[in-house]
Write a protein that binds this ligand. Structure first.
Ligand code: MTE
Length: 322
């Protein structure tokens, strides 16, 4: 049993069919030795040439990780973005994020852990086999997408650094560099952009440390080289271009909470029954499906992941913990 399976008391034989093991072995072979090296060298050069470097992932066997909804096109998913460090218009990041330098890249892991450390991108890529996970991502603005992400459970990294008993929350701090990010001149949010999770949310196998999408490394505008995807929460919880992960005792404030505490709470779970103060959250528009007569879809509790994550919030008042 690996660490995530232990944490969730699931035997790996129960959840990992043999073909998935085979795909993982293939992936490990690909990443082993020179292949990993050449992927990493190819990454910035391929991007500069307008091509993407491949980043394959074995189909995930984690419960709920492969939704069957029709996928959003890569074109839509990489041209309609929220990444305020590159501008507040949805079209800005695709236009301006070319200036983001994704290598070298390091994530520093600190705070209430027994083994703090600095992981470079190479070490992060090799930490655990890559999986493909088809997740919905819903934005509090009322639109959603379905994207095949590539990465591995954040729990893999967390167990490696051994949080101590004071580690109740995890804070994610992202890059803030004025030289690379034209949006930092605006005071629309506090920089660096910060997000937070409770430790059990961060340890849930669906919380994905994400390096790619559609079998390729992440486009800069989608949060290259490494971001978080928390599929049952509003998209804004899914911090892009992470440089620091800090384990803390007290609930951290996110940039969105600072910007407007009444509208954006710590939990930010997708909950169609709790309206945003200025609009309903009961329905959503699926990007790519918008025609004049297309009806909005009903939004599902926890974005459709209730069976997997509902128990994390048992007994909580989800109206006051929005
Ligand atoms: N991460 C950073 N660093 N800066 C941001 O502005 N925006 C968030 C989230 N992560 C944001 C961020 C919001 S509001 C959304 S909806 C998602 O990223 C969008 O991710 P996508 O562009 O890959 O769809």
């Amino acid at each position: 049993m690996n660490s995530i399976h232990k944490a969730f008391k699931i035997a790996s034989s129960e959840i990992t069919p043999p073909e998935v093991y085979a795909q993982r072995r293939q992936w490990l072979q690909l990443m082993a030795g020179s292949a990993a090296g050449s992927l990493l060298t190819a990454w910035p050069e391929a991007r500069a040439a307008g091509q993407a470097a491949k980043l394959p992932g074995a189909k995930s066997a984690v419960a709920g990780a492969m939704v069957l909804d029709k996928q959003t096109s890569l074109q839509d998913a990489s041209s309609y973005n929220n990444y305020y460090e590159f501008g507040t218009d949805k079209a800005d990041p695709a236009r301006t994020a070319g200036s983001l330098k994704t290598q070298p890249w390091r994530i520093s892991v600190e705070g209430e852990v027994k083994k703090p450390g600095v992981f470079d991108l190479d070490a992060l890529l090799k930490l655990s086999p890559m999986e493909e996970r088809i997740y919905r991502l819903r934005c509090v603005e009322g639109w959603s997408m379905v994207i095949p992400w590539v990465g591995y459970s954040l729990a893999e990294l967390i167990t490696k650094v051994e949080p101590n008993s004071r580690a109740k929350y995890v804070e994610f701090i992202t890059l803030a560099d004025k030289k690379q990010m034209p949006g930092l001149d605006s005071g629309v949010l506090d920089w660096p952009y910060i997000e937070g999770l409770r430790i059990d949310e961060a340890m849930h196998p669906l919380s994905l440390l994400t390096f790619g999408m559609y079998g390729e490394v992440l486009p800069n505008q989608n949060g290259a080289p490494v971001r978080l995807i928390v599929p049952w929460k509003y998209g804004f919880k899914s911090a892009k271009s992470i440089v620091k992960i800090r384990f803390v005792e007290k609930q951290p404030d996110s940039s969105w909470m600072h910007a407007n505490r009444r509208e954006y709470g710590f939990y930010s779970n997708v909950n169609p029954q709790v309206d945003h103060p200025r609009w309903s959250q009961a329905t959503e528009r699926r990007i790519g499906e918008d025609g004049l007569f297309t009806k909005k879809r009903p939004t599902l509790m926890f974005n459709g992941y209730e069976a997997q994550v509902g128990q994390l919030y048992a007994g909580m008042d989800l109206k006051s913990n929005y």
